[in-house]
Design a protein around this ligand. Structure first.
Ligand code: PLP
Length: 402
């Protein structure tokens, strides 16, 4: 099926963008004009099966009717008001998130990086308020936490930091999934440990089953806060609403973004009441953070996810997908590893992943990389087994050509 459009063709959009937009994204293969469910259409009418979801964003599928309705109604009522005033969508979203997580208080912002900034600031200020300043934050090697200067410093991948020095101080890194290294790094100046429950951008790395539990114990022993970055793993992606639910522990602080708005920019930082006391009036703020439009969208997202049991559906589809990918591994020597949880899956190749991702795109399937050798699948959580079968068959063909 093709979609006729009266808008510009791909080549014209590409030329105009290249002339006028700072080139931080390189040559972007497609100009996308429309989406519905797990399907995208480009400006020339070609159809694609989207197994990347805007990098783990469109978890309900593109243009989900509940989100569209919430946006239309809110846009016709009140788009924006400053945080000097209360709004109903913001209050309802915070209540809904509290009812469905460990967190007792929320701060809203506009992106994942901003949620990380809020978490870093809260952790530092909490210990200052406790009269025991402990400014150092530990994060993991190969982690990814965003591009603002604080989040960039927290990101344990020097390649992202190069050229942006001087970096902010007070961070150190430990190998991921290494409890003795974490214990050793927990010196008295450390106030918080920041971890992804499984690493996304760093290569879809799944830690050992006890890692987060033992990290929690190590933090408790030393009186250190545990921050979980669920920007990518949150909102049903791993088969639970939040990935920490797989572990039996809760963090002190959590960060969300990506799928929270299903495409509407919103970030959030949640925490316990105790830790929330680290912030006081005026200590943090955002003009757009938690505005009526984004919180109305996010409220529709969370409500739909909870009411339809979408995380459970993602768990079942993810298991099916993983079993199919494992079968493919038995067939292709080029596959070094297959891993992931729920619908956050990675296929590590023995060679760079780019060519296979390109061949899949030509065959009408969108997926993306996670590090140099890993093909990452983070589809909308609504994908069907038939769609999974098509993606696996496309990957099979793409690897045969390798
Ligand atoms: N944290 C994690 C785990 C992420 O995967 C990302 C983005 O990929 C971020 C933070 C940064 O989010 P944003 O791009 O919305 O700033």
């Amino acid at each position: 099926m093709t979609h006729e459009t009266e808008t510009m063709e791909s080549a014209a959009i590409k030329l105009m963008a290249q002339a006028h937009i700072v080139n931080t994204y390189g040559d972007r293969s497609l100009a996308i004009v429309r989406g519905e469910g797990a399907t995208l259409w480009d400006a020339d009418g070609h159809e694609y099966l989207d197994f990347f979801a805007g990098i783990a964003v469109a978890s309900l599928g593109h243009c989900h009717p509940a989100v569209t309705r919430a946006l239309q109604e809110q846009a016709a009522t009140l788009l924006h008001v400053s945080n000097l005033y209360y709004t109903e969508p913001q209050a309802l979203l915070a209540k809904m998130l509290c009812e469905n997580s460990f967190a007792q208080k929320w701060f809203f912002c506009n992106s994942g990086a901003e949620a990380i900034e809020a978490a870093i600031k809260l952790a530092r200020r909490y210990w200052v308020q406790q009269k025991t300043p402990k400014p150092t934050i530990i994060s993991a090697e190969h982690s990814f936490h965003g591009r603002t200067l604080g989040a960039l410093k927290a990101t344990g991948q020097p390649k992202y930091q190069a050229g942006f020095e001087p970096m902010i101080e007070g961070f150190k890194y430990v190998p991921y999934d290494d409890i003795p290294a974490l214990q050793k790094a927990l010196t008295p100046d450390v106030g918080a440990v920041l971890l992804e429950p499984l690493q996304g951008e760093g290569g879809v790395r799944v830690p050992s089953p006890n890692y987060l539990r033992e990290a929690r114990r190590a933090c408790d022993t030393m009186g250190v806060l545990l921050i979980l970055d669920e920007v990518q793993t949150g909102m049903g992606r791993t088969g639970k609403l939040f990935a920490y639910e797989h572990t039996g522990i809760t963090p002190d602080i959590i960060t969300l973004a990506k799928a929270l708005g299903n495409g509407v920019p919103i970030g959030a930082m949640g925490c316990t009441d105790k830790v929330a006391s680290g912030f006081s009036v005026g200590s943090h703020a955002s003009t757009f953070g938690g505005n009526p439009l984004s919180t109305a969208a996010a409220l529709a997202v969370v409500t739909t996810m909870v009411e339809t049991g979408l995380p459970q559906q993602a768990a079942a589809t993810g298991e099916y997908f993983l079993s199919k990918l494992r079968a493919l591994k038995a067939k292709h020597k080029i596959i070094a590893d297959v891993r992931g949880i729920g619908l956050m899956l990675g296929v590590e190749l023995t060679t760079p992943a780019g060519p296979a991702i390109g061949r899949m795109l030509t065959a009408g399937v969108i997926c993306g990389p996670a590090g140099p050798n890993v093909i990452r699948f983070v589809p909308p959580l609504i994908v069907t087994r038939q769609q999974v079968d098509r993606v696996v068959a496309t990957l099979d063909a793409a690897l045969q050509e390798a």
